[in-house]
Design a protein around this ligand. Structure first.
Ligand SMILES: [Zn+2]
Length: 331
């Protein structure tokens, strides 16, 4: 089997279903708020010495290993590619309320993807999720006396997004955690891409579920043009594989050359302007991007599809870790 120039990478996909216990609301980037809550809990509860500067501790403490990857300046002056990504809840347009607002008793779900050896952190992450619900997530609400909304866990499942298989890791009220048996490998991605290739007749549609922010040579790209999108996708997958997988034998050049010939034939895109305010630096960073659908035409998708299928799991562009740049592939 050809590997289409793809690097080797493995991912585990957790799907977490919860029930709001109090009014609960996120801002327009719920992935960022879920991530903040998760890291707060990990830092407080699952590291025995969060302020220990001893490198001996951070070499053996899995929580510090993950948290160190959140630190600017940790790796050659840049934030390293993080070994996880969040799949945020998606806006529900049918309940008559603003997006990401839940009443007590309502349920919602979100995903947590772990790349490579980050799966070793799974026991901590699974314990941290019900604790996030006790502490509260999202916005501080007047109807909660200024507290964040609380939730209880319904279930944590491990899913295989390409085959639909799933396994319950922790059920409601459960105390025993199953170890996951389902993971996605580059081989699974190639098999899914080959199945999809048989269904295409020259056209491919991408559906951008969350704001997708693509930058090319320092310039923000406001339309879902294929080549810049594909370039950032290759950067993302190669970056993850370099840190958490294996890039030996990988070569994206033939796919990047093929991407030059893909045409954007139809777009139904909405630009979502968002900004992220840091209380630490006092600065606002723009994080918006496009959502909606785009259709592309190419004479041969075979080199491109495996990367595009991996990208449905890794996300693409800025803030992929917080769930931005999450898209689906279809005919
Ligand atoms: Zn630690």
């Amino acid at each position: 089997m050809t590997n289409y120039g793809l690097p080797q990478l493995t991912s585990h996909h957790l799907r977490i279903e919860v029930r709001a216990q109090t009014p609960l609301a996120f801002n327009r980037q719920p992935g960022g708020q879920l991530r903040g809550a998760l890291f707060g809990v990990l830092r407080r509860h699952y590291c025995p010495a969060p302020d220990d500067p001893d490198p001996g501790h951070s070499a053996v403490c899995p929580v510090c290993w993950l948290l160190a990857r959140e630190d600017r300046g940790w790796w050659r002056g840049n934030t390293p590619v993080r070994p996880y990504a969040i799949e945020p809840p998606l806006p529900d347009r049918h309940n008559g309320r603003p997006p990401f607002h839940y009443n007590p008793g309502e349920t919602f779900s979100f995903g947590l993807t772990l790349f490579g050896m980050a799966v070793n952190l799974l026991p901590y992450l699974i314990l941290a999720i019900p604790e996030m619900g006790r502490v509260g997530v999202g916005r501080r609400l007047p109807e909660n006396d200024g507290h964040r909304g609380r939730f209880t866990l319904i279930s944590i499942r491990c899913v295989h997004p390409l085959t639909g298989e799933e396994q319950i890791l922790l059920g409601e009220g459960g105390t025993t955690v199953q170890m996951p048996t389902l993971s996605v490998t580059t081989g699974d991605v190639i098999a899914a891409a080959e199945r999809l290739l048989g269904q295409l007749n020259g056209r491919l549609r991408l559906r951008f579920l969350t704001p997708t922010r693509i930058v090319r040579r320092g310039q923000l790209v406001h339309r879902p043009l294929f080549r810049p999108l594909f370039g950032r996708l290759v950067d993302r997958i190669e970056g993850l594989a370099r840190e958490y997988g294996d890039v030996s034998g990988a070569d994206a050049k033939p796919a990047l050359a093929a991407a030059e010939h893909v045409e954007l034939v139809c777009e139904d895109i909405v630009w979502v302007d968002l900004s992220s305010h840091s209380t630490r630096t006092g600065r606002s960073t723009p994080i918006g991007g496009f959502t909606g659908r785009a259709t592309y035409a190419a004479t041969d998708w075979s080199l491109l599809l495996p990367w595009l299928v991996w990208g449905t799991l890794t996300h693409v562009g800025k803030n992929a870790v917080k769930g931005e740049g999450w898209y689906q592939v279809g005919e």
